[in-house]
Ligand binder design. Structure first.
Ligand SMILES: *[C@@H]1O[C@H](CO)[C@@H](O)[C@H](O)[C@H]1NC(C)=O
Length: 352
């Protein structure tokens, strides 16, 4: 009896010690995510949009083979980032009813596939606009304060790492698809308009207590299989015009981010072109990464299908690790993993 008692006390002490060490070591207590399908972990499952992926073969290589609403065969960059910071290996979607504030306290995703900086972009497929992602975040703050108390909540909110990844849909789903924005803006003016919206969003987030931000630029949009498919005259090569727009837009985002860092005391921002650069490197030399197919996606014909068009009746490739893209618009888990590996050194150096 006495021995048992001493032993269990000993274990309790060890446990406490481990918990304390973990608490002092984890400088980033939570990962909080805003953006589009590049980072949406399942919010679109519960809204009425045709842009969903909570069915097979999505999630085929996720734990348990589960289709979660991630537009991927497996995990997304925020999941890998969370794990690398010593937090959980998959970030729950805020609107997923299976999770509650106890889960969200260490990581939460407000992103919505199909959204953009521009309200008109989220209208196209009836998804969650960016301003509403921020409303959900405010609601989350209140829940967090009720759950852990004001002091602890404020600490979590100011020390959390915020991830932002969006912009592609503003160009491809909106600007180049519908005439309205094209009649109002040249593409350069539209870039400036979006950068202004990004600046406003980050400023709002700062006022709400956010201090550590990783801002992700857009990928080489002209190399997404869906865009290559339309390049009939160019033998389905990457569309240089769209890649140039990506590069210009990323440059402007980066300029805005460094300006905000000077204007807002205590704000830390890592702007990353890593997504663009990594995609470019992979597409230039796929073999170096073990990829065999870059121009077409793994799911279905690989030329245009995503969401409901990539479904359980689609003939899907055997080994997604040989493909850069999972569906016509979204990278495979392997690509996401490589992107994250390239991004992590900067994030860990700045925020851990
Ligand atoms: C987007 O819509 C919200 C809600 O209607 C509005 O508050 C906001 O000003 C809009 N943003 C722009 C840039 O029009």
């Amino acid at each position: 009896m006495g021995h048992m008692h001493v032993l269990s006390l000993f274990f309790i002490q060890i446990t406490l010690l481990v918990v304390m060490v973990a608490e002092t070591k984890a400088k980033v207590p939570a990962i909080i995510v805003f953006g589009d399908s590049s980072v949406d972990t399942g919010n679109n499952n519960v809204i009425s949009t045709v842009l969903k992926s909570n069915f097979k073969p999505y999630g085929r290589d996720f734990e348990g083979g589960l289709p979660t609403g991630r537009f991927c065969n497996g995990r997304l960059p925020p999941d890998f980032i969370s794990e690398a910071f010593g937090l959980k290996p998959a970030i729950p979607a805020y609107l997923d009813p299976r999770y509650s504030i106890s889960d969200f306290a260490t990581g939460v995703c407000f992103a919505s596939a199909g959204t953009g900086y521009d309200n008109a972009t989220s209208d196209v497929l009836n998804v969650i606009p960016l301003w509403k992602e921020l409303e959900h975040y405010k609601e989350y703050q209140n829940k967090l304060r009720a759950y852990v108390g004001d002091r602890k909540a404020n600490k979590i909110l100011s020390e959390a790492l915020y991830l932002m990844s969006l912009g592609t849909n503003d160009f491809l789903e909106n600007y180049y698809t519908f005439p309205t924005r094209r009649s109002q803006f040249t593409v350069r003016q539209y870039q400036d308009f979006l950068v202004g919206l990004a600046r406003d969003f980050i400023t709002d987030l700062y006022r709400l207590g956010g201090r550590k931000l990783s801002l992700t630029g857009v990928p080489p949009m002209g190399c997404l299989p869906l865009e290559r498919t339309t390049n009939i005259m160019g033998q389905h090569e990457c569309l240089p015009e769209y890649n140039d727009v990506s590069m210009e837009f990323n440059g402007k985002l980066e300029g805005m981010a460094s300006q905000l860092k000077r204007e807002l005391p205590g704000l830390k921002v890592v702007f990353t072109r890593t997504t663009y650069d990594t995609f470019s490197q992979i597409i230039r030399a796929p073999g170096a990464y073990g990829f065999q197919v870059t121009a077409m996606a793994c799911c279905a014909t690989g030329t245009f299908e995503m969401s409901y068009l990539c479904n359980e009746h689609s003939i899907t490739c055997q080994d997604a690790n040989k493909y850069v893209f999972w569906d016509a618009f979204h990278p495979t888990e392997k690509t996401n993993k490589i992107i994250t590996q390239n991004l992590l050194p900067a994030l860990l150096a700045e925020f851990q």
